[in-house]
Design a protein around this ligand. Sequence first.
Ligand code: FAD
Length: 302
Amino acid sequence: MTLREIYSRHSEQKNSRFSQKMPIISFEIFPPKNDADGTKLQKLLGHLDILKKYAPAFISLTYGAGGTTQTNSLEIIQHIKKDLDLKIMPHFTCVGSSKEQVECYLKEIQDLEIKNILALRGDFPDGLHAPNSDFQYANELVSFIKSKTDLSIGVAGYPEVHIDCEDFSLDIKNLKRKVNAGSDAVYTQMFFDNDKFFKFQELAKDVGIDVPIIPGILPIMNYKQFEKMLSMARVSVPKSLMNQLEKYKENSDDTKKVGIEFASSQCQQLIDAEITGLHFFTLNTSSSLCPILDNLGVLVKN
Ligand code: FAD
């Protein structure tokens, strides 16, 4: 099923007086690091098995720019497909790659009957700002994938502007290039202020971006980890949320509770606004996601 087909299921739902349209759910995971004996992968598969009951449309698997985790991603895809019978959308970054390398990877994932891919530029490896690459920006990768395959393509979007770009309207124009090149959906970076997302959605619509824009939701689970993630992106955090996180920063259980409460109400507001989908950054665990999805009343499959 292509991304367009997946998200068209949202508009086909009936909106009755008693029930809201439920967004299409997807989960993002990353390949476990330092996992020679496969213990972490088994744990991850266990979490996905738990999350399966929420009937995700697909699991997206990040791609390590710089070669750290690329090698085992094909193996993980095979496990998720075979052991759990879940659909997969691999991410792929083109920084530092030649056309031949990209074509080779595309062939490998198509051999695994993958239908969707998240096409990214990726971040430049440290100290190398203009790597030897056949691709400079993600829109070039989207065009290339489109010319070589019939994969359905997702791309990244930034409700608070990509960290390398100073100008919101320029960043949106660059997003439009990716859509014009043939992408079917936009997945956003994490954000904690829904107004920023709504504004981004509006600006995207103004420039003619007509594909679904799917919010990326991060359940905050650990203060230190959260601080690190914030340092790598341009994301604002509402003062009230930051105060709560700081208050409980020494207690991981309380931090988790704050994260669950915040993400539940953030998602509910997005559902009230009839958002097409929700893409959750799982951080490879189901522990915060289950209570969030239960709070939202996402239908559980028996
Ligand atoms: P682009 O769309 O190419 O944009 C990069 C910058 O260049 C922006 O500032 C943009 O405004 C500008 N730009 C774009 N096109 C042009 C153009 N034609 N001319 C001039 N300027 C242009 N990283 C990973 O390494 N692995 C992952 O798995 C991964 N998954 C991600 C998933 C999501 C949902 C998101 C939001 C990000 C993810 N990233 C991942 C991070 C991403 O790789 C970085 O944010 C990277 O810096 C930009 O990638 P991009 O595809 O958005 O790049």
